[in-house]
Design a protein around this ligand. Structure first.
Ligand SMILES: C[S@@+](CC[C@H](N)C(=O)[O-])C[C@H]1O[C@@H](n2cnc3c(N)ncnc32)[C@H](O)[C@@H]1O
Length: 292
């Protein structure tokens, strides 16, 4: 969709307000807020209005932009965002891309993909949007996130998240529960791709985050146990039992923990262990394969 036309003076005024509140990249957020009001409310480009004022006040209070406007963009998708659920990040698009490539080359009619800790459903929906015939099971422990993932999965089916809806024959099922507990037992040893962006920050990092993160992303989405690596390690240990021989696991990691992640993958008996860089060149995921 072409970007709506906006009044540059209005954008400048909003940017000044956001900058005074300490919002990073205030100019970018200002433009997106004004565009959102023009696009969604159909307000004319020159009009600030009460709606825009309300949104700017929330953003100035350091509510994440995506929660202020209630949506975000992830690969080909427009996803709904909601308070209390982790906001998908651009670096996770690369992690989803590894899962998508692995599912596309899985050499099976109906590849099976599991997304653990799906949050808003971002990775699961991206896989279903881009891989024909895929069956995706998305697990999530937090009921608020389960509800939002179901909303996004339904929007995908309805063709609202991306024009044309899911890839031909693709399905997404969201299941509540911890890690792989809710995955159908018949999938054990038969999963083609296991993907996750789990909580991976150490507890000691609490208090160092920007207000948008510390005040709005749920703690359980951020902190992976005292040293941060608990969930990453557990997923790598579980991968061997759930993947089919030759299946791929890809797990997002703390960019400071690349060595720990590759060590954990090798200790779990996985093969072809590698680190995946994000678009800024940081180690952003560990990927590995179950030996045949
Ligand atoms: C960093 S967020 C990622 C959300 C989403 N995958 C994304 O990339 O935007 C981690 C998610 O994992 C969920 N989670 C944490 N521990 C979990 C567990 N043991 N089992 C299932 N989900 C879990 C959290 O509730 C949160 O939604």
């Amino acid at each position: 969709m072409p970007r709506p036309e906006v009044d540059p003076d209005v954008v400048r005024r909003v940017a000044a307000r956001l900058e005074a509140a300490g919002v990073p990249n205030a100019g970018v957020d200002a433009r997106l807020l004004v565009e959102h009001v023009v696009e969604v409310a159909g307000v004319t480009a020159g009009c600030g209005g009460a709606l825009l004022d309300g949104l700017v006040a929330r953003r100035a209070a350091r509510v994440p932009l995506q929660q202020v406007i209630g949506r975000t963009w992830f690969r080909t998708l427009e996803l709904t965002c909601a308070p209390g659920v982790f906001v998908p990040r651009p670096e996770t698009e690369v992690v989803a891309g590894v899962a998508i490539d692995a599912a596309r080359t899985a050499d099976r009619d109906r590849p099976r993909v599991v997304d653990v800790g799906t949050g808003s459903g971002a990775i699961a929906c991206a896989v279903a949007a881009e891989v024909p015939g895929v069956d995706v099971v998305a697990t999530e422990r937090d009921p608020l996130a389960v509800a939002l993932a179901e909303v996004n999965a339904q929007r995908l089916r309805d063709g609202q998240a991306v024009a044309g809806g899911p890839a031909r024959g693709a399905t997404v099922t969201v299941l509540r529960g911890s890690l792989l507990d809710p995955v159908p037992p018949a999938w054990r040893g038969k999963v083609d791709v296991l993907v996750s962006n789990p909580p991976y920050l150490p507890a000691a990092d609490r208090g160092t985050w920007a207000p948008e993160v510390g005040g709005h992303d749920p703690d359980a989405a951020l902190v992976g146990g005292p040293d941060g690596h608990e969930v990453v390690d557990r997923l790598l240990q579980l991968a061997g039992a759930w993947l089919r021989p030759g299946g791929t696991v890809v797990v997002e990691i703390d960019d400071r923990r690349g060595r720990d992640a590759t060590d954990a993958a090798r200790e779990a008996g996985l093969a072809h262990v590698r680190l995946v860089a994000d678009l800024t060149g940081r180690d952003r995921a560990v990927a590995a394969v179950r030996a045949r």
